[in-house]
Design a protein around this ligand. Structure first.
Ligand code: CP
Ligand code: NVA
Length: 309
């Protein structure tokens, strides 16, 4: 059966856990897994720029024995008007999986709507689920597990990372707190869905205004850019209201002893996170970036295995 990974809640708690266990095994023995031997090809499309996502897929797919076809969509017909439905139908005749970074979630959904190979969200305006697999792998490594841990995200509560923290964190049994300024709250549909998932996993979700209240006792303190890709010219002030949400040593001091700090990167040092925290002993951001590689390899392997069942 073909399964897609368009949002974090496309994996059940047990499935998310299985992918994360496979990611740990792949990290421990990096070249031992060859599910794409043949080589089978994976198409990786970018409507937006990338460093980590692009390099981790382009490195990881050959490590699985496969062939990575990485394409900037401006160089394709669907980057300038060909129907995404048609593009998905065509590309899926060639490759074993499709990875797509784009803007609107409806673009990803259209590409995936009539294909019989797995389609993976490599970031949309709504979600960044591959990033969350890497984040959860990092939490497991650093804290020994996710169940019952408090995960606090401060900053733009309306962006893709906030939404993915809600869904993936609740799936992992975490207590997810989102704190951002007024006007930057998460989509209520996503909050409701995360609460529903949390009710079944022992996790929970809270949307707060006060960054200190949100950070108090947190096991994981996370943030992201205040201005996401595509929002640079929307006329909204994305600096002034955000300063209280900066992760600095004062905010980190409110977290639990031994808390870790996450940032999906790229960081805007001195804005959402200070140098001192980013380069400090509690920062796990570079392990987090590395884990993109292992987590995405595991995801692809898992999706291909499910398809063959
Ligand atoms: N974190 C992340 O997705 O980084 P890139 O935009 O560089 O891929
Ligand atoms: N929220 C950020 C994440 C970048 C990896 C963006 O969408 O630009």
């Amino acid at each position: 059966m073909t399964r897609h990974f368009l949002r974090d809640d496309d994996l059940s708690p047990a499935e998310q856990s299985a992918v994360l266990e496979l990611a740990a095994a792949m990290k421990a023995d990096r070249f031992a897994y060859q599910p794409l031997a043949g080589p089978k090809s994976v198409a990786v499309f970018f409507d937006k720029v990338s460093l980590r996502t692009r390099l981790s897929f382009e490195t990881g797919i050959p490590e699985l024995g496969g062939n990575a076809i990485v394409v900037d969509t401006q160089a394709t017909h669907f980057g300038r008007g060909e129907s995404l439905l048609d593009a998905g139908r065509v590309v899926s005749r060639y490759v074993s999986a499709i990875v797509f970074r784009t803007s609107g979630d409806e673009r990803l959904a259209e590409l995936a709507s009539d294909v019989n190979v797995p389609v993976v969200n490599a970031l949309t305006d709504g979600f960044h689920p591959c990033q969350l697999l890497a984040d959860l792998q990092t939490v497991r490594e650093r804290l020994g597990g996710t169940q019952g841990r408090i995960l606090t995200y401060v900053g733009d509560g309306a962006n893709n990372m906030a939404h993915s923290y809600l869904l993936a964190g609740a799936t992992a049994g975490m207590h997810v707190r989102i704190a951002g300024p007024e006007g930057f709250d998460p989509d209520p549909e996503v909050v409701a869905r995360a609460a529903e998932i949390g009710a079944s996993t022992g996790g929970s979700v809270q949307v707060l205004r006060d960054p200190r209240e949100a950070a108090t006792g947190a096991d994981v303190l996370a943030t992201d850019a205040w201005t996401s890709m595509g929002m640079e010219d929307d006329g909204i002030d994305r600096r002034t209201p955000f300063w209280p949400y900066q992760i600095n040593k004062e905010l980190l001091a409110a977290a639990a002893p031994g808390a870790i700090v996450l940032h999906c990167l790229p960081a805007h040092r001195g804005e959402e996170i200070t140098d001192e925290v980013m380069d400090g002993a509690q920062s796990a951001v570079f392990d987090q970036a590395e884990n993109r590689l292992h987590a995405q390899k595991a995801l692809l392997a898992w999706l291909l295995a499910v398809k063959e069942q």
